[in-house]
Design a protein. Sequence first.
Length: 403
Amino acid sequence: MAGPLEGIRVTDLSHVLAAPFTTMILADLGAEVIKVEPFIGDDSREFGPFVKEKEGDGVQSGYFISINRNKKSICVDLKQPEGKKILEELIKVSDVVVENFRPDTMKKLGFSFEEISRINPAAIYCSICGFGHDTPPGFASKPAYDMVAQAYSGLMSITGPEGGPPCRVGTSVGDIVAGHQAAIGILSALWHRQKTGRGQHVDSSMVDGLVYILENAIARYTIQGEIPAPLGSAHPTITPFQGFETSDGWIITPIGNDKLWESFCKALKREDLLQDPDFKTNPLRTKNRHKLIPILAEVIKTKTTAEWIRVFEEHSLPYSPINTIKDVVHDPVINYRNMIVEIDQPRVGKMKIVGTPFRLSETPGTVRSPAPLLGEHTDQVLKSLLNYSSERIAELREKKIIR
């Protein structure tokens, strides 16, 4: 079944995570993604965990495999004129160009947005970096990893245990959110091009992306003057809405309205709490959380997680055990939704990776092919897309323009 982006071609100059995540989304949705790598490959090919190849002592990066499925890889030296010529020819036949270098890198290579627009006026050029391309002086060129974005955006200041130090979110959310938002920007630009015929620049910032998802933290400060701080698993304005320790693990209970509060008290056999004037409404429960939470914690600690699951099911309450990653990989719901899929990785064999969440009824996202080996598709792309002869390809390889 064809994906919704079948017929869209992406020249992918990305590395590590943020932009590769963007191009993975596009590839999952059916776009043809041609990953242009230097001779040493994407940096993430050297990031663990590693999986051993069937023969010899070689290994492959599970990190790279997990975010580069459905793509083709070609190896080109873009510092040489003939390598730049290959890139220019690829841009001519592409709909989208994606990169996540520092802002001046593409300009130095001779492929700024203005230059790409000259080569192909209909091309969408998407750049992803820490602070974006359009910034106050000095910020555009700042090196920025995910943790820089988490810190600068304020996200780390509201993450972690109550009263504890700021914490990094447990996944590289700065990269991943920027990747998602860049994909939305690209799709929007493609729709605009459908109407106008013109490409444009999608300028995606990791910091912007995290500020965008701060939810009510910004409003709490701008409206109330409150500087939000970490609350562990608790919600700042809804109570009880957090994790509780059971006798053998943890469970979360997001009690989001007064009707659920009534059911929750009955489930805990603490109907007396319904008569306490300090807990009558959500604002009062939140105001008096210091009094309420210890009461609830003491009750929930008396049963196992499985016992509370049965109780909460009986009362139609929202809940979830706090799963480990092992639990997630083997969970029947996750697997029913095909969020863990098996691929046949070249030289490695069968292995499991995360699936795609794009469940369109007619053109769903799919994991169609494994991650490419370094330069695996160089000859195929040069022959089929750019009409290079075998002799010309051999010449370029001899001159170390391609690998």
